[in-house]
Design a binder for this molecule. Sequence first.
Ligand code: NDP
Length: 506
Amino acid sequence: MADKTNTSDVRGDRVVTNSVGNPYNDPFATQRIGQHGPLLLQDSNLLDSLAHFNRERIPERNPHAHGAGAFGYFEVTDDITDVCGSAMFSEIGKKTRCVTRFSTVGGEKGSADTARDPRGFATKFYTEEGNLDWVYNNTPIFFLRDPSKFPHFIHTQKRDPQTNLKDPNVFWDYLTTPENQVAIHQLMQLFSDRGTPASYRCMNGYSGHAYKWSNKKGEWRYVQVHIKTDQGIKNLTNEEAVKMAGENPDFCTQDLFENIAKGNFPSWTVYIQTMTEEEAQKLPFSVFDLTKVWPQKEFPLRRVGKLVLNENPLNFFAAIEQAAFSPSNTVPYQEASADPVLQSRLFAYPDAHRYRLGANFHQIPVNCPYASKAFNPVIRDGPMNVNGNFGNEPNYYASNKQYQIPGQNRPIQQHQEVWNGPAQPFHWATDAGDIDFVQARNLYKVLGKQPGQQQNLAHNIATHVASACPDIQKRVLDMFGRVDEGLAANIKKEIDQNGTDATAKF
Ligand code: NDP
């Protein structure tokens, strides 16, 4: 598909015209009185050009504004039809075309792509059952498990309303507040060297949430997806990342484009973890808690396939800036679980696209379900309708017309996830308990097996928190002390050695 961006209404003879196809005699001649007199309002070509220029920018994503992407394919290497009945997994060797966009989270569209930040890793698969989006990150967990916190939290990563500066006091004030310390596991990831990937090609993607996948018999399981880089994980140190942000803030964008352009196609091996409902009930934490991973010894990875990116977009704006990913775009046999953050994303992502791109964002070629096509003449009209709008089809399901409505023709496992209870307000993110620190401690042990990684973690935190005020620094030390006393001591040592450094980068 991809680059359907090169559309058929582009003139093949390359005669230059205004936007409605009237040829220019001279694109730089302006209509005026004499040679140096004032311009004339009748110069429609000039007005066309200036007015369109003023409208070139669309709202940037909030968050995930800065990103890069490419087209490619997913290929099935292993049979998982016992877990998932989706057509894309139906046979070994089957390939499904896709587009992937990588991004940072907090920074603006022009910000540095080596910033310390999680990375978005979103892939849209053009399947014969419609579009499927895996809207993932490069970390297997997130900062929160209660979606009402999301705008509140993201604001703390952005700019102060008065100074328009990022503020380490605000950043750490939020994160050290007891009920927000559920972020500790994600903070350990963020401040490890994985918080500054050397390249989009050299990082993993994780579903983070539990999803619900089922097979054609109707048996379902919770599933987590892991997309592991075949290039090997490569990270920058804090200092390398800061230096690169100054020298080449688009380094990762350039790295992705140039490698694909020279045929060095990045690939990832895709795995799943599965969990039954009974196993979920025995977990020491909720399966819907986005701050937890599933231990791999109990829930081993099972290989599924390969993701390969082998085609740069012909036009960045058309294919990547306008790409609209949403976890609500899904296919039969792959469903959202009751994870409340995932549930809220089912609303928030398409809502963001309707705001950024308009109600007909799904008609933009990169978002079209071109492998299945769409037919629903009740969903029509709206701004920028460009696909013929179902012609003279009735705008309701007319009794004298034929419609194919397959109905629910697949078995559903009975007695699954039976929800029962009063509608009530429930604030999940109560104070972080010890359980919220267990996996952060496990990660600290994982880092301990890799030379220099525990020291780098302490250094990366100290560098960031050095410019915060002393009481915030104390809260940070107390929080990381709950992970490991030695970690807190090392952070403190670095802060004391280096003093408060207002130029510390984050
Ligand atoms: P395991 O020892 O079985 O797994 C450890 C996993 O940690 C590895 O498989 C690897 O996953 C990941 N890892 C390795 N180095 C790093 C690093 N420098 N930074 C971040 N992750 C790294 O133990 P558990 O499954 O019990 O997990 C222990 C901790 O590892 C967790 O608390 C979590 O923080 C982290 N982790 C766990 C994952 C999981 O799914 N269980 C996934 C990723 C991290 P990978 O190849 O995906 O990097």
